[in-house]
Design a protein around this ligand. Structure first.
Ligand code: 5CU
Ligand code: ZN
Length: 380
């Protein structure tokens, strides 16, 4: 991409904090399923289709009648191949990647399968990292549907894995969201083990929120991904804050996907609604002084820089208090080039170029740019 060549090359190391994979054993599980999340082959498509979202289900059904209407997205080699991940990193001058299982992680597994699957997937990630020491680290997957003792045991074992730098977590928690008091021992164990949570959306908003539409009005992934995902993250963190989770576990640290959804923009409004609710203020002061959402964002929260726009990035820096708390990401293998040319996915990705360009516009091309791109984290 010609435009990207004019962007400054970071002199310090570049670290990608938001980059996913599905190890082959996870793909096998998706292939065996009849309900989402699933992987299905269609005679009209060269790659199998990965169908993850509620909004994609109608096409899954209509594809039976008209296979030219394919649901989901192609499950290319980018999702599972380590060589492809390294090739992508090299193509985009990324020195370090912190890889994570993509959504919906292990959320859907029956209780008895969750812990063994987590062990197997985390050990696959460990082995991948060991083949490229210093270039790859990972956020581990948690067996959230496993019995509580197995879940706690998995945190102990994850903490001893040399390349593990935290855990990836969705917003459903144990099924009732992240403000569920039953999660406090899990958050405490993660904080004690110094494992930050990379919080990532998957469930979005119910499709009905976007209103009734004609058949022509699906607009691809724009409504669920551009709007639903960020609102999901916003709601999850707002609920954690309102429930006092950050005060109960002050050592808990979170990295929020997509620059915190809409939190940087809405934190003021959330605060205003709190201070106008006497009962809520009283409850939130029970442990002593009430910390504002701004204070929590600036002390316990980091944001990725996956927002594709200068204005959003500037809001993210303001909300998290410093560009030191903002971390570059690519979201590979999502958002591949769509030109349709053979081999195009092996070249530079426009989504990455857009993101780097937004960081340059928001930060300039000096130390702040280097810091967001990973300079501060070269000693991962
Ligand atoms: O925007 C993203 O982060 C993603 C992701 O990770 N997974 C997905 O299904 N769509 C978008
Ligand atoms: Zn992602």
């Amino acid at each position: 991409m010609a435009e990207q060549q004019q962007l400054p090359k970071a002199k310090a190391k570049v670290a990608d904090i938001h980059t996913h994979m599905y190890p082959p054993e996870y793909v096998k599980v998706l292939e065996s399923r009849n309900t989402i999340p699933l992987v299905r082959k269609f005679p009209t498509a060269s790659d199998p289709r990965l169908v993850l979202l509620e909004a994609e289900v109608p096409l899954l059904e209509s594809a039976q009648q008209d296979p030219s209407l394919l649901p989901g997205r192609p499950l290319t080699k980018h999702f599972s191949s380590l060589d492809q991940k390294i090739h992508f990193m090299d193509t985009h001058s990324i020195d370090i990647s912190v890889i994570s299982l993509a959504n919906p992680w292990l959320d859907f597994l029956p209780s008895d399968q969750a812990a063994p699957s987590a062990t197997s997937i985390n050990s696959s990630f460990s082995s991948m990292c060991a083949t490229h020491p210093g270039r790859l680290y990972f956020f581990a997957a948690l067996p959230l549907t496993a019995p509580p003792s197995d879940l706690l045991a998995s945190i102990t074992s994850i903490a001893s894995l040399p390349y593990c730098r935290g855990v990836i977590l969705g917003t459903s928690g144990l099924g009732s969201g992240l403000d569920d008091p039953a999660l406090l021992p899990i958050f405490t164990a993660l904080a004690e083990a110094n494992l930050p949570i990379f919080l990532h959306p998957h469930y979005g908003l119910p499709n009905s929120v976007f209103g009734p539409r004609s058949a022509a009005g699906e607009y691809g992934h724009v409504l669920p991904l551009a709007l639903g995902f960020p609102m999901e993250t916003t709601i999850a963190v707002a609920r954690m804050f309102l429930a006092g989770v950050f005060d109960a576990v002050p050592k808990l640290s979170m990295i929020l996907a997509h620059s915190g959804g809409t939190l940087p923009f809405l934190a003021g409004r959330i605060e205003s609604c709190i201070v106008h609710d006497g009962a809520l203020v009283k409850r939130m002061k029970e442990g002593g002084k009430r910390r504002s959402l701004w204070e929590v964002l600036r002390s316990q929260v980091y944001l990725d820089a996956v927002i594709y726009g200068e204005v959003g990035l500037k809001a993210a820096v303001e909300a998290s208090g410093s560009s030191d708390r903002l971390m570059f990401g690519t979201d590979h293998p999502f958002f591949p080039p769509v030109g349709g040319e053979k081999g195009e996915e092996d070249g530079e990705w426009e989504s990455v170029g857009l993101n780097v360009k937004a960081v340059v516009k928001a930060m300039g091309d000096g130390v702040e740019y280097e810091g967001v791109m990973g300079g501060m984290r070269s000693g991962f």
